[in-house]
Design a protein around this ligand. Sequence first.
Ligand code: GLA
Length: 726
Amino acid sequence: MAITFDEGRGIFTLTTKTSTYQMMADSFGYLLHLYYGAKTEGFTDWGLTFADRGFSGSPYDLGRNRTYSLDALPQEFPVQGTGDYRTPLLVVRDSEGTYGADLHYHSHEITEGKYSLSGLPAVYANPDEEAQTLSITLKNDRLGLNVKLLYGVIPSKDIITRSVIVSNEGSKPFTVQKLCSSCLDFTHGDFDLITFYGRHTFERQYQRQKLRHGIFSIGSRRGMSSHQYSPLVILAGHGATESHGRCWGMEFVYSGGFCAEVEHDQYRQTRVIMGLAQDKFSYELAPGEEITGPEVIMTFSNEGLGKLSHNLHACIRENICRGKFKASPRPVVLNTWEALYFNFDGKKILEVAESAKELGVDMLVLDDGWFMKRNDDFRALGDWKADEEKLGCTLSELANSVKSIGLDFGIWVEPEMISEDSNLYREHKDWAMIIPGEKPVLGRNQLVLDLSRKDVREYIFDAMCSILNQGVTYLKWDYNRSIAELYSHEGSNGKLAYKYILGLYEILERITSEYPDVLIEGCAGGGGRFDAGMMYYTPQIWCSDNTDALDRLSIHYGTSFGYPMSAIVAHVSTCPNHQTGRITPLNTRYITSMTGAFGYELDPLKLSDDERREISAQIQQYKQDREIITHGLYYRLSKPENIHRYCAWEYVSNDGSKALINVVIPQNHGNMPVIYVTPRGLTSGAFYRDIETGKILPSDALMDSGFPLEMPKSDYEAFTIRLERV
Ligand code: GLA
């Protein structure tokens, strides 16, 4: 049983393969957190301590007992106004404007299977997987506030999920001002906090810092999960490394604004919470209404960060991603963006397609510029009709021609956006989110459509269907600005940020169920909406608008902590690189791009014969390695502080029989010390053959002290080592 309840003690125990999570509904009706750590027998309520804590309030029901304060006790769902002054998960304001509500345990239910959430993406259990759901109801009688805490347990994956449904069962409205779905309270411990920051073309950079007193927060106010902070936090014991030590991860299954706060309090306790962004959020619940807090995936590893990532990778790959491409090999694409930008016609596209086909590419993706005079980024978003003058044919004719060359045909869209210079805007000005009387904020010359409106969602759905009915089997679903104004002509603006994302999910759900074989690749100016919520609909996401082989090293490094390689899209582009001007060898560009889902973003007609030969060989090789890359176990072999010396990563097949190790050495130096790379995840006590040299190597020594790399002959050199168990 993944979930048990001890009636006498009021203790709930959630058990996974290697972890235990415990909480207790105590005799005062408070839901206290007891434990989340290595798997254990028995109960852990002995870990609670009680003391008179000056200036930390005590619940009234305790009378003269001053040793019980919610300000000092670990909790599951701390709410503002209870004498706990730490950062809360829930803030409610009643119809008179008064804040606060005490919540008490009311009831619970344990059911088979993993819960799902209406209108929101959530982890699901596969048919052969054991899974259970615990739902605990907390209530506040004054407001008629009902809080349903949902816990999902998938033991084999070492995954526990949390979500929350807040409803109004009272007779007056109240407003939810803050809503987080997940909390981890630690009564003691010295931790490091790992988060991922960035910017457009430089996403998910790794940051590890010692936790100090105060509140550290990351989040997004941009209406999207954002380039700036990834909705993932990892708490790690000070000494935790890739292969040792305790660490906890919290990852949000949501694509809109979020907040994650980590508070190290007066008693050196630590609270980690994650939920919806508070910015411009004010969600009134009329009697009978409810709101669902998006899901948080939690995992614990006492085998270091590598195992923590493996848990998150497997969960997203197998329990979040859906559709045909959850398991099917991802096509090798040739994308026209960096190859042609807006400068093409139908003839050129077909020439590129023919040339790409000869190289071994599977799919041609026609990027921006194919519709309604879209020859720059000032116009036409919303008018999803092919520019037949430019293409010289209809979209379906173009799709057929590409297919007759032997390639699948994909296309770029940006369905949530509208250009001021578009027929759609001229007809439906009120569909754009603009505050009346204010000048709109432009982002890449465009405005955002109001996806909370049904008519807008219908329009987008119909427009996408008409594209997909013309022989298009892949959509690159882009999103190229942040939301600045939250205004809907249909009102309820404090709800809009959330309703926008529900609207987006509704459209994506309809499209993915109508076209289950279509591959949708997510994108938001590269990796601005690279999150587990999008991965429920788009199993792969363009990781960054930066295609520079060197910059991609740290982008992929950071991304790999919370997201599987199958979700990371990377393309080989031309040199000098369009973002950095850097010139790197084609082999290095290939090695950094064959991180996950792979392709090219260059004009094949401009390649030399040597380059064409090399690229053909790369594509053949990638297709041989694709399975281990997209479904194997991924290991980070180098430390971020050493990335300037070398960056190494490894894929091991699930049965341990094969390993693929990639290394990039950014800089060569005179008379350099030899670089040793130490693989992990090989079968202990076995021997492996280095496929290239034929050498037979003992796995334990390899994993203990590593193997020497060849000396580089210039900057930016890259190596691949393939090992096979003998
Ligand atoms: C965004 C994407 C790019 C490309 C352009 C097209 O920036 O991230 O890959 O599709 O839009 O305008």
